[in-house]
Every structure is written in C-alpha cells, then in structure tokens.
Design a binder for this molecule. Structure first.
Ligand SMILES: *Cc1c(COP(=O)(O)O)cnc(C)c1O
Length: 461
C-alpha cells in the first residue's frame, strides 16, 4: 500500500460527534449511558486508526467505526451467562456451572437477594443470631455432625480448616493423596498456604495406619485424608479404613480432617455406580472435620461446607480467614432450601442432580422418541443408547446407561456449532464423530426449546 492511501484512510476517520450523531448509533444510544457510549466511540475510532497504521485496508473508515460501535453496544446488552441446554449427559458439568439448583432453592435465593432477611438476627428475641444456625441444624439431622460452617467453596473450606487447626504444625497425609483436584487446587500447595508442613506417609499405592502413627510427634497438628475424586488407583493398593485412622487420631488427641470432595448425602450404588463415600459415613467413622462442596452431588449452589466436632468448628469459625471466605446470603438460602429437600425425603423428586441420577431409563427413551416425533424431519435422526456421566470430578470413568438422539451428518462439528450458538445454546455430546443429545441432563422444562433449536438447525443445514 502506498503512503497516500493510508493518509487518505486516516483522514477519512470520523470524529466522535459524527458517530454520536449517526442515525444507527442514535438508535442504540437509548440503551446506554451517554458517557459510556462516548468512551466506546473513542475506543473504536482508535482501534480502526490502529488497524490502518498497522497496514490494514479499511475501505470506508466511518462506516467501519459505526458498525463496531453498534455491535459493541449490542454486546453490552447481552448477558454472558445465558441459559444453556445441557445435552452432554454430564450431570455435574463444571464448564456449565455444575449443579443446577431446584426450583425452590432458586426461588429462595431470589427472595433473599431482592429483599431484606434476618441474616444475622434472631427474629424472636430481636437479638443478633448466627447465620449458620439453620444449616448447622439441618446437617446435624442429616449427617450426625455436631456443627457446620458454610464458606465460598470447598477449596476455601479445606484452606480454612487447615489454617485454623494446623498453622505451624505438621500434617500427615498419605503419599497417594498429595494430589491435584482441578485447576489451582493442589493439596501440597493448599497445605503450604495454610502454614502447615506436609508430612507424606506410606507409598503411592499402599499406605497403612501404622505409617501415620510412625510420623506422629508433638509437632503434628492433624491427620488429613483426601478423597480420590477424579482418579483411581487400582491393583496392588491399600488404604487404611477411615475408622482406623479416626481411632489413631483420637488416641493421640489429634483431629482427623477429611477433604471429601463431592459430599454426597445419598448413596449412588443403587444406580449401578461404584460407592461414593457420603458425609454421613465420614462422620460416623469418626472423622472430626469433613469438608465438601455444595454444588457437586449435594446439588445446591456454589459453597463449601465444613462439618464436624463443635469445638473444632468453633475454632475454625473464629479464624480471621473465616470472615474472608464466608458464604453470601443467597448461597446460604440456596443450600438451606436444598437441604430441606433431603430433610423431607424428596431429593430424588426435587434436586435436579438426583432427579437426573435416578431418571428411569425407559422414561429417557420415551422422551427421546417424543423429541424425534416433534421434529420437522426424522431423516438421519435416531434414538440410540448412550452413556451419561456424573462429572464434576466424581466417579471417574463410570457411566449411567442412557438414551439420546443422534443426528447423522458428515459435519458433526458444524452442527454442534450451530446448536451451541443458538438461543438457548444447546450443548451436545460428541463421541467418535457422532453427535448425541443425551436426554438425562436436559431439564424437563427445556424440551420445547430443544425441539425448536433442533428444528432450526436441521432446516438450515
Ligand atoms: C471438587 C473438589 C475440591 C474443590 O472443591 P470446590 O468446591 O470446587 O472448591 C477439593 N477437593 C476435592 C477432593 C474435590 O473433589
């Protein structure tokens, strides 16, 4: 490109006022604060100028700026966290926000968010009351734990428990449990950050109770055990029974702390899955402090829960970090409402994660048949058997037999992209170039939107 062309283009860049007075920009300007609009216009003029200086050819700089401003304003109106139809078959899907909460939990969260509530007030006495009392009582009835505390997430729960109970002390942990759970959560790093010293015991595949006992000294602050949430060690392995570890900890007057991960309150075995330890089992085995997530198999909003011995929970609550990582009122309301489903014995009917885990297979097949019958065309669409997963780093490699719709196509990725970019977005499962919509994870009230989305994509492809 010659120098004069570039000068021409730079000269043709519009002024801020020209853009602000453009008809199309005026149309969108009612939806945005004027100062912010002016700022956007400036930024877009600068961006186009930069393109030109870097050598790009911009045929109509004013038109170009105008388009960029309009689309930037539109983008600001669109929330990023829109509804997604999860047809991947992965129930606790981390990239899709883990557990969807029950209708009642969502309503409780909405209510507490938009109104005042007695968060730290005892309504009867009019005095200050604890924000954890309701959940603590619910969990006592459900798991047998004396007391509980709710924080931001399980990572915070573990960090807080270790900071409060083990700062400046040694913590004995099986070598097989010095693991990484997910981005940013590595047990050795969390221990170091809590001011505790990790003392690895046993070997990668075999650790015995006596290995813990061998390292106990007056510098020991706790025994720690971490659930293998997202991997398995098979073959020549050995781990002590939780109750044996608890007895050992008791004997030396040390707390046994457990990072349980998913924190299930119900047994997944009846659904053909391998046993996933429950909070109740940990408490009854004698674990003193158990940490788990609120938004994995519990099925509530994001939270971390610390349950256990009252004196220890009180010490943890009094630690300065407790205030920094405490759960907000909407999370508390959502967790309490979720726990109420368990208290009423209706988790399988109301907690979405458990509705999905316990969904009847024949019902899933019929649902797929119904979807198929409502499509404009049935050509290339079949109802097939597929496999769902728990996800969220629970029960790795295990699946629940399920049913789905498959769309035969030479371009499954292109179809997946159209489904993803629709409104609402539809996330399919793709395996060996086959595109499948697993019925298990599609919420019942999303059927019509799914059909509409499919019809749109099938008609246009
Ligand atoms: C998921 C998990 C965590 C992290 O929990 P978040 O709620 O995501 O913070 C920590 N430890 C274990 C064993 C887990 O499974």
């Amino acid at each position: 490109m010659t120098q004069p062309d570039r000068t021409e283009m730079l000269r043709a860049l519009p002024s801020v006022d020209t853009i602000l007075n453009d008809d199309q920009v005026r149309d969108v300007s009612v939806t945005i604060d004027q100062q912010i609009l002016t700022q956007i216009v400036r930024e877009q003029i600068d961006a186009v100028r930069q393109h030109v200086l870097e050598g790009s050819t911009v045929s109509d700089p004013a038109e170009h700026v105008r388009k960029r401003v309009v689309s930037a304003v539109h983008a600001l109106q669109r929330p990023r966290l829109v509804e997604v139809i999860n047809a991947t078959g992965v129930i606790v899907h981390t990239n899709l926000g883990r557990a969807p909460v029950s209708r009642m939990a969502a309503e409780a969260m909405e209510q507490v968010a938009s109104r005042y509530s007695p968060l730290e007030l005892d309504i009867t006495s009019g005095k200050r009351g604890g924000r954890m009392s309701e959940i603590s009582e619910q969990l006592r009835l459900l798991t047998g734990a004396d007391a509980s505390l709710v924080v931001n997430n399980n990572a915070a729960a573990v960090m807080l428990a270790l900071s409060a109970l083990c700062f400046g002390k040694e913590v004995a942990l099986s070598r097989s449990q010095a693991v990484e759970i997910g981005g940013g959560f590595r047990v050795p790093d969390v221990l170091a950050q809590s001011g505790a010293t990790l003392v690895e015991v046993g070997t990668t595949n075999r650790t015995y109770t006596r290995d813990y006992e061998a390292v106990i000294s007056e510098d020991t602050g706790a025994l720690l055990t971490v659930h293998w949430s997202n991997f398995r060690i098979v073959g020549f392995t050995s781990q002590p029974e939780l109750s044996d570890l608890a007895a050992l900890a008791d004997h030396y007057h040390l707390p046994l702390i457990e990072d349980l991960g998913s924190g299930s309150l119900l047994d997944v075995e009846p659904f053909g899955l391998t046993h996933e330890p429950t909070v109740t089992e940990s408490i009854s085995a004698g674990v003193d402090v158990v940490c788990f997530s609120g938004d994995k198999l519990l099925g509530g909003p994001q939270a971390g829960i610390i349950s256990g011995r009252k004196d220890l929970i009180e010490r943890i609550s009094a630690h300065p970090l407790a205030r920094a990582v405490r759960a907000d009122k909407t999370a508390l309301a959502g967790i309490a409402e979720t726990l109420r489903h368990y208290i009423r014995g209706e988790a399988f009917d109301h907690v979405p994660v458990w509705q999905m885990i316990s969904a009847d297979r024949e019902f899933l097949r019929l649902r797929c048949e119904d979807w198929r019958s409502r499509l404009h065309t049935q050509a290339g669409i079949d109802v097939i058997e597929t496999a769902s997963a728990i996800g969220g780093g629970s029960l790795p490699g295990e699946t629940l037999p399920s049913w789905g719709l498959t769309i035969r196509s030479d371009h499954p990725d292109a179809i997946a992209r159209s489904l993803r970019t629709g409104q609402p977005a539809i996330m399919p499962h793709i395996e060996h170039d086959q595109l499948i919509l697993d019925a298990r994870t599609v919420l019942p009230d999303q059927d019509q939107a799914l059909i509409d989305g499919l019809n749109r994509v099938l008609t246009s492809s």
